[in-house]
Design a protein around this ligand. Structure first.
Ligand SMILES: [Zn+2]
Length: 76
């Protein structure tokens, strides 16, 4: 009975080691392969995805109104 427990213990250790070394450490964050770049509205400072932003001359704005406002007050 003692040997049975020992064999079971060794089997569990072997199984854990095999599972650990079997696959390379993959991060679960790989689930989102293409993280969107976030930009900051140059007028109000809100963070938004780049695809949702309006860009002009390297500046990003959250909406068309802020782009107009930023253009009006952007050049002192
Ligand atoms: Zn804005």
């Amino acid at each position: 009975m003692k040997y049975l427990l020992l064999i079971a213990f060794v089997a569990v250790i072997w199984w854990v080691l095999k599972n650990r070394s079997g696959r390379p450490a993959q991060r679960p964050s790989k689930a989102s392969p293409d993280p969107e770049m976030m930009v900051i509205c140059a007028h109000c400072g809100v963070h938004l995805p780049q695809s949702d932003s309006v860009d002009e001359n390297g500046l990003y704005f959250c909406c068309e109104a802020h782009r107009q406002a930023g253009k009006a007050s952007g050049r002192p």
